[in-house]
Design a protein around this ligand. Structure first.
Ligand SMILES: Nc1ncnc2c1ncn2[C@@H]1O[C@H](COP(=O)(O)OP(=O)(O)OP(=O)(O)O)[C@@H](O)[C@H]1O
Ligand SMILES: [Mg+2]
Length: 261
């Protein structure tokens, strides 16, 4: 059977650039567009889990248990109250993973194996990565088909991108040996302040650097995007007509179009 699933890692080791906000709202809108979507929280901070109102104490199984082989991925899937996608949660215990798997020769492929077991159930699987290039993010890059890189329209936006791209190149080379790929799904400009001239300079700079790889959709800075998590809701439910909701709806549409499905 043809593999219809696209696995996308939302990643940038720079903190606070909109990875979680993008992962949550993109996953929700993909699901709203009738694409079966699974969001996997890969950050020990568990921001995605928390922003969907999934109570940490009530979670039976987390991605940490899955990566350690204690439970199957499908048994860790939960349905959030408001968002339309499925979710595999995280919690602080995931921070121990690096030490726990230190001696495991397959430590970078734990997620790839777990994800392969559920690909047939989904159209899209989205990873919310932590702000680092450690073992967790490397697992994400080996498991993913592509990377979506959120970049904040702000001073020092390019900071660290060279390091990220170098890491991606290394992983691409290693995957190629096994006939696997890691594409750049796109660079997403986030938190644009339309009235601030210097923000537009960053937009120009990023477009010059990444060309067609930059999504046409730009996510503007909008308080609704930052308020929605306080109510356990994706922005589509919290503020349907907001400019943030439109942004993520447009992004989901653009991504579906780019993937020809
Ligand atoms: N479009 C937006 N408009 C306004 N605020 C936003 C927007 N996108 C994200 N934010 C806010 O910016 C902060 C950082 O966003 P987010 O948590 O998504 O980034 P992150 O890259 O996941 O951070 P970390 O690296 O810590 O995981 C959050 O407080 C979030 O609510
Ligand atoms: Mg985050």
């Amino acid at each position: 059977m043809e593999d219809k699933c696209k696995v996308i890692a939302v990643t940038n080791q720079k903190g606070g650039v909109g990875k979680t906000t993008t992962s949550v709202n993109l996953s929700d809108y993909l699901a709203k567009f009738k694409k079966k979507t699974l969001l996997i929280d890969l950050d020990p901070q568990a921001s995605a889990t928390c922003s969907l109102g999934i109570n940490r104490r009530l979670i039976k199984h987390t991605i940490h248990d899955v990566l350690l082989g204690k439970v199957k991925m499908m048994d860790a899937v939960v349905n959030p109250q408001y968002a339309s996608c499925d979710v595999v949660c995280s919690n602080l215990s995931l921070a121990d993973l690096e030490l726990e798997v230190a001696d495991n020769p397959d430590k970078l492929f734990l997620l790839a194996e777990a994800v392969d077991s559920v690909r047939r159930y989904y159209d899209y699987i989205i990873f919310d990565c932590p702000p680092s290039l450690g073992v967790i993010t490397l697992n994400a890059l080996y498991a993913a088909d592509s990377v979506l890189i959120p970049v904040q329209c702000q001073f020092l936006a390019m900071d660290g991108l060279t390091q990220l791209l170098n890491t991606i190149k290394v992983v691409q080379k290693k995957k190629k040996i096994n006939g696997k790929k890691l594409e750049i799904e796109g660079v997403l400009l986030t938190m644009l302040e339309k009235n601030v001239k210097s923000c537009w300079q960053i937009v120009t700079e990023i477009k010059e650097c990444f060309g067609k790889k930059v999504f046409n959709t730009i996510i503007v800075k909008n308080v609704k995007a930052s308020e929605a998590p306080m109510y356990s809701k994706p922005v589509s439910v919290y503020a349907k007509s907001s400019i943030a909701a439109k942004g993520y709806r447009d992004l989901a549409k653009e991504l579906i179009q780019n993937n020809g499905k």
